[in-house]
Ligand binder design. Structure first.
Ligand code: TPP
Length: 420
């Protein structure tokens, strides 16, 4: 019942899920139409394939797909300049592709391979591409908002013409970082567009069950950040709304909150039984599939034939096939590189898994934080690589002869589960 109410509420806005009174934007030129559709198709095919690769255990960890959100991603990124910055959440494969990161590098990252855009060290939730000013991929809900605010402060402080787009989910608007970031951005008049991708759920919790204010575009008004709303299933509406929001942020130095009303067609992550919504609800939103509806309009208005559309789709499939092959052929990072690119080493962090000059074994007070056997072995290898002294090596051998107490407790930890 509650979900029915939510769907009809969004419909009644004329800007959300409903197809009734929506304003129709005129089509851009043919090349732009092709580029926009090709990007959305690439994202869709990429995500479908990533899901398959996860099922085949080619991808580890967690995997969050953005199928259904393609218009939101492509419409907004098309409105950005190349020199603008983008920060996203863990559901960010589409954002990386839309910004121009090569599909090979994205797929290789999901596979944890060395040719991935984060050298195989980040995985699905931590894609990064500095060259394209794509600053992640972030696993902490709401954690990217203060970072985006800081990046916008940098743009402002250095008097550059750059702006920042920060994307996050509806669930993230309940985090303390949301209010804190809005306040700072408004107070310091920073060039940032906070874009909430309202896909109706925070994991398995529907919007009206997790947020008292369900018109999310209004949620930052009290902080001095004006909001607007666009139809996240319509790539042209998202593009128009983001263009205007970026203009205000960049030229008027007035940060903006932009809500894109969309829907996630797949589960939250790959391990989601989807008991919180009905098949009918999903079906209703699927009828507004952003790729199908844009394709339909292009054919209807004689921009492309159906054959042209099919060809674009085949090209997307071929590109994704190649990315899978590329990822599969790329090696895993060397074990020796385990501690490369770390800011904190040795005494600065005292943990079982850190390179600790006292040796990588657990020390007094650390038992409860013991990692499993595998991380322990990795830590040992890393410590050896980092040149841990002979005294530590002697201690390590001593422990080995003393018995396998640590190993037993480590195994217990290995068997523990966890989910996200
Ligand atoms: C600070 C923090 N709390 C909890 C989690 C666990 N968590 C992962 S995804 C998620 C739901 C977030 O939903 P939303 O912001 O709407 O984004 P969506 O997944 O819909 O894209 C939660 C609670 C987390 N990663 N970080």
């Amino acid at each position: 019942m509650a979900r029915d109410a939510a769907v009809s509420r969004e419909k009644s806005t004329g800007n959300g899920a409903g197809d009734g009174a929506r304003k129709q934007h005129s089509l851009p030129d043919k090349n732009t139409c092709r580029a926009v559709l090709a990007k959305m198709m690439l994202i869709r095919r990429f995500e479908e394939r990533a899901g398959e690769m996860y099922a085949k255990a080619k991808i580890g960890g967690f995997l969050h797909l953005c199928i259904g959100e393609e218009a939101t991603i492509v419409g907004s990124t098309q409105a950005m300049r190349e020199s603008d910055y983008l920060l996203s959440t863990y559901r960010e494969h589409g954002q990386a592709l839309a910004r121009g990161t090569h599909p090979n590098a994205v797929m290789a990252e999901l596979f944890g391979r060395v040719d991935g855009c984060s050298k195989g060290r980040g995985g699905s939730m931590h894609l990064f591409d500095m060259e394209r000013r794509f600053l992640g991929g972030y696993g902490i809900v709401g954690g990217n908002l203060p970072l985006a605010t800081g990046v916008a402060l940098q743009c402002d402080y250095n008097e550059t013409p750059d702006a920042v787009v920060c994307m996050f989910g509806d669930g993230a608007t309940n985090q303390g970082t949301f209010g804190e970031s809005m306040n700072m951005a408004a107070l310091w008049k920073l060039p940032v567009v906070f874009m909430v991708i309202n896909n109706q759920f925070g994991m398995g919790t529907a919007l009206e069950r997790h947020s008292a204010v369900t018109d999310l575009s209004k949620k930052a008004e009290g902080y001095g950040v004006p909001g607007s709303r666009c139809d996240g299933m319509d790539v042209l509406d998202v593009h128009a709304a983001t263009t205007e929001a970026l203009r205000k942020a960049r030229e008027d130095r007035q940060p903006q909150l932009l809500e894109a009303v969309t829907y996630r067609f797949r589960g939250h992550s790959m391990a989601d039984p989807e008991e919180y919504r009905t098949k009918d609800e999903v079906e209703e939103w699927r009828r507004r599939d952003p790729i199908a509806s844009f394709s339909h309009r292009l054919v209807e208005e004689d921009v492309f034939s159906q054959e042209d559309i099919d060809k674009l789709d085949q090209e997307a499939i071929a590109t994704v096939d190649e990315s899978v092959q590329f990822a599969d052929n790329s090696p895993f990072p060397d074990l020796d590189s385990l501690y490369d690119d770390l800011y904190v080493l040795g005494e600065q962090v005292r943990g079982w898994w850190s390179v600790d000059e006292r040796s990588p074994e657990p020390h007094r007070g650390e038992r409860e934080r013991e990692a499993g056997r595998v991380p322990h072995e990795l830590a040992e290898a890393g410590a050896a690589y980092a040149g841990v002294g002979e005294a530590q090596e002697r201690k390590r051998r001593q422990r080995q002869t003393d018995g396998s107490q640590a190993e037993t407790s480590g195994q217990m930890r290995d068997e523990e589960g966890g989910g996200d």
